[in-house]
Design a protein around this ligand. Structure first.
Ligand code: OGA
Ligand code: NI
Length: 360
């Protein structure tokens, strides 16, 4: 790990000394049939049930890669939803199932086995590893989820000691999934650039140079009170683009569209792509980073894998010059990625958005 990256991570977590020393995994609470304890319960005005009830499922737009319409399809999907699904992504369904399987097998291991990869070292929170969110403020409301968070790119910054060896295929499958999703994202970023009439490498060249990809394996246990808690509070991603492998059977993801929460449904073979704050900034707000959330349910656990694709930490980003003109003034400042991420994580943990900080 570079000294600078380390510094950013340490700064980002230093605000309040970790109060996480004795954390119980959500999975353990669910297994013992516990109702959610107070620190997981949303304040009354923000509960899942208090929002307008999600309308019936509408499938997220499908983009057909390699078709002559792909550019228009991506543009329309990003302007209306901020996300789309891809079915002809070239990753065999059997391989996607393998990715789901390594996640499921890992989360089913005994707790002691998983704790070998804990994100708490001597009570101090580390970004990578197995566990929950960092606790940075008193009264912070926690998400009903456990997760394994790993940097997968740049390869020379991987902390392999945190990559599970059980199941034995874990490392190979995750490595292969990284290569494949990276290629897909690279291709898609070219189409996104084209849809904005920018040079086709505008986003992908940013993405390539020391870009980072974090893999997050999300485990959302079933919950006796889905009306009180979130699997993941409403948020947008900090990324350029995120690739989600949703659970094959269990729904839970919702997206805010035109002021309403919609349940997200996708084909079992699809990958779901959503843009994040970096794309909103670089596109000068033509594309908006969608606000989304995950709800729980009393009967089933849910597993998803997110690949967070971002510009390198040392990169400075801002709106593309070609997207700034008299009609459309510059809406966001230029900023260094590591500064943005620092603000992002502080706010994310408190259920607040960081994009406002980037606005001029
Ligand atoms: C995320 C996220 C969605 C999901 O990890 O940021 O939004 O379906 N995940 O788990
Ligand atoms: Ni997200």
């Amino acid at each position: 790990m570079s000294a600078e990256r380390k510094m950013v991570q340490e700064r980002a977590v230093s605000g309040v000394k970790s109060m996480s020393a004795e954390r119980k995994m959500v999975q353990e609470r669910a297994v013992s049939g516990e109702d959610p304890p107070p620190q997981y319960i949303m304040e009354e005005s923000h509960r899942p049930i208090d929002d307008p009830p999600p309308t019936s499922p509408v499938p997220v737009p499908v983009v057909h890669l390699g078709h002559s319409d792909e550019t228009a399809e991506i543009k329309a999907a990003l302007q209306s939803w901020g996300m789309f699904q891809v079915i002809d992504h070239g990753l065999p369904s059997s391989f996607l199932d393998e990715v789901r399987d390594i996640a499921r097998t890992f989360f089913k291991l005994p707790i002691e086995e998983k704790q070998k990869y804990s994100n708490l070292i001597d009570g101090e929170f580390k970004y990578e590893g197995y566990g929950n969110d960092n606790i940075i403020a008193e009264g912070q409301i926690l998400d009903w989820t456990d997760r394994l968070y790993l940097l997968v790119q740049p390869e020379d910054e991987r902390k392999l000691e945190l990559w599970p060896v059980n199941p034995s295929s874990f490392r190979d499958v995750l490595h292969e999934y990284t290569i494949k999703t990276r290629k897909l994202v690279d291709d898609i970023l070219k189409v996104v650039a084209k849809s904005l009439e920018l040079d086709k490498d505008f986003f992908s060249s940013h993405f390539r140079e020391r870009s980072t990809i974090f893999a997050r394996f999300n485990y959302y246990p079933s919950c006796s009170r889905p009306d009180l808690v979130f699997g993941l509070k409403p948020h947008s991603d900090a990324t350029l683009i995120t690739v989600i492998l949703p659970d094959k059977d269990v729904e839970g993801l919702q997206v805010m569209k035109d002021g309403k929460w919609l349940k997200v449904t996708t084909s079992p073979h699809a990958l779901l792509l959503n843009i994040g704050d970096q794309m909103e900034i670089m596109s000068n707000g033509i594309f908006k980073s969608p606000v989304h959330r995950v709800v729980t349910n009393p009967d089933n656990e849910r597993i998803s894998v997110a690949m967070f694709c971002s510009n390198g930490l040392e990169k400075e980003i801002g709106p593309a010059d070609d997207l700034v003109n008299e009609m459309r003034p510059r809406l966001y400042k230029r900023l260094k990625m590591k500064d943005y991420l620092e603000v992002f994580f502080q706010r994310f943990l408190q259920g607040k958005r960081a994009i406002d900080w980037a606005k001029l």
